[in-house]
Design a protein around this ligand. Structure first.
Ligand SMILES: *[C@@H]1O[C@H](CO)[C@@H](O)[C@H](O)[C@H]1NC(C)=O
Ligand SMILES: *[C@@H]1O[C@H](CO)[C@@H](O)[C@H](O)[C@H]1NC(C)=O
Ligand SMILES: *[C@@H]1O[C@H](CO)[C@@H](O)[C@H](O)[C@H]1NC(C)=O
Ligand SMILES: *[C@@H]1O[C@H](CO)[C@@H](O)[C@H](O)[C@H]1NC(C)=O
Length: 423
């Protein structure tokens, strides 16, 4: 038997370390509880039988001044009424991330908490393959079949099942969708294909939007362009496996990165993939790295690499023969973004090397110009700053909150008028 020296030292190291931040070990609902937010866990079954966990923050923080924040409570003195009609905000994370994306910082700095405090009913999704959603009716994550998916299936099955579930639970007609990165791609694809579904999305707020990725930078750019062939050879060998870092290793990285002086090196590390991050809370980098990267499938990354090469927004390419079997045509079908008519708000930055400005112009603005409600540039935001940046609660979320509140008020008033006409 081979003694795994590395694991041995890791274990010694871990057991001697008691200063790893507790939030490392906590789930989204547990972190919520720590900050004073009531939470619910809901299980959703997709059409292809994955079981996903949805996390809900139905109430504001119990310590927050009511009049100021809790706009949609019927009376300002009442306790949180989960059944009261309030706008739903559905939050969808990006690639190699999970629901933690929305609560990485203090309560006044994290989207999940800030929106809950503003009186919204917050629902946070966890895509298939992430730690909270590694379940399937027929088999577990140890089976190769489990990892046979990309964002295409997250879009087709996870989004539809989750949003239908939320509407069923709350008896509402629509949600306001907040997506980051891959979470925007999933929605672009869904809206382009599914007219019925698009009625359930009142607004689409796209943070760091990605559709085509032909101008992408960072590690993806390298893989996609110069190293496309190498990447395909490497990834092609293990098509049906998870893409993740072992939990122990992730904790060691996280611990070292929480130490003074290591932090810059560690953010540079995330930076290599995503572009340098400027607005992180440096003393929380260890916590970020405990939860990110979260697991996904190797096939998902393969799909992204295909798009860098093809410069299209297309379904997974199985090769000519495979495509004939899968799609009945030699090339993978392309999503037609001109079909989208959901009001869409884009939030982007010139300093984001993943959601490149040229790509946004070419593939989103030009195709969706009739339905883009606003296109807003953020100053010096890197790709992860839209969710991890502590300034997003100042520059970004208040505008979205105001836009949604105004729209929801308009909706309520017009509904009241309609009701009055009938009575
Ligand atoms: C959030 O609150 C903390 C402490 O209460 C404060 O230091 C920080 O600056 C606040 N952040 C923002 C974005 O207002
Ligand atoms: C993965 O999915 C594709 C497309 O649906 C299918 O053709 C293939 O047989 C699946 N592979 C495995 C190992 O399940
Ligand atoms: C950064 O995170 C630390 C640890 O969680 C916290 O004490 C500090 O207030 C945060 N700083 C800001 C500016 O939010
Ligand atoms: C939208 O884009 C198309 C094609 O680029 C252009 O012909 C059209 O004038 C644009 N419409 C608006 C409202 O900007």
């Amino acid at each position: 038997m081979r003694i795994d020296i590395f694991s041995f030292f890791v274990l010694i190291f871990i057991s001697s370390v008691d200063t790893i931040d507790d939030e490392c070990y906590l789930t989204v609902p547990e972190i919520g509880k720590r900050y004073g937010y009531e939470s619910e866990v809901h299980l959703v079954r997709t059409k292809d039988e994955y079981i996903l966990e949805l996390h809900r923050f139905p109430c504001r923080n119990s310590g927050i001044e009511i009049q100021m924040y809790f706009k949609y409570s019927t009376s300002s003195s009442e306790k949180c009424d989960k059944t009261s009609k309030r706008p739903i905000v559905f939050m969808q994370h990006g690639l190699l991330a999970d629901g933690f994306s929305w609560i990485p910082n203090l309560a006044n700095e994290s989207a999940g908490f800030v929106f809950a405090d503003a009186g919204f009913d917050v629902w946070i999704s966890n895509s298939r393959g992430t730690p909270a959603s590694q379940k399937h009716i027929g088999y577990g994550p140890e089976n190769q079949k489990f990892w046979n998916f990309t964002w295409q299936q997250m879009s087709e099955f996870d989004l539809t099942a989750s949003i239908e579930y939320v509407l069923g639970q709350t008896k509402q007609e629509f949600v306001y969708y907040l997506g980051h990165s891959q979470g925007t791609m999933m929605m672009f694809a869904r809206l382009a294909e599914d007219r019925e579904f698009s009625r359930k999305i009142r607004h689409f707020h796209a943070l760091a939007p990605v559709a085509t990725v032909s101008h992408i930078g960072g590690l993806f750019g390298l893989f996609g362009k110069q190293f496309l062939t190498y990447a395909e050879v490497i990834l092609g060998r293990l098509p049906y496996s998870p893409l993740s870092i072992p939990r122990t290793v992730q904790k060691v990285i996280s611990y070292m990165c929480s130490k003074f002086l290591m932090q810059n090196i560690c953010t540079l590390d995330i930076g290599f993939i995503d572009g340098s991050e400027k607005m992180f809370n440096q003393s929380r980098v260890g916590v970020y790295l405990c939860h990110t990267p979260a697991a996904t499938s190797v096939k998902d990354l393969q799909h992204w690499i295909q798009l860098v090469g093809s410069q299209k927004v297309a379904k997974f390419d199985y090769g000519v023969n495979g495509n004939m079997v899968e799609y009945g045509q030699p090339t993978p079908p392309v999503y037609d973004l001109t079909q989208i008519d959901t009001p869409t708000y884009l939030y982007w930055s010139r300093d984001d090397i993943l959601a490149d400005t040229q790509d946004i112009r070419d593939s989103i603005l030009s195709k969706m110009n009739k339905t883009i409600a606003a296109s807003i540039e953020l100053p010096h935001y890197s790709h992860m700053d839209f969710v991890f940046g502590i300034k997003a609660a100042i520059d970004l979320y208040p505008g979205i909150i105001k836009t949604i509140q105004d729209d929801y008020d308009k909706h309520r008033i017009s509904r009241m008028h309609k009701l009055r006409q009938f009575s």
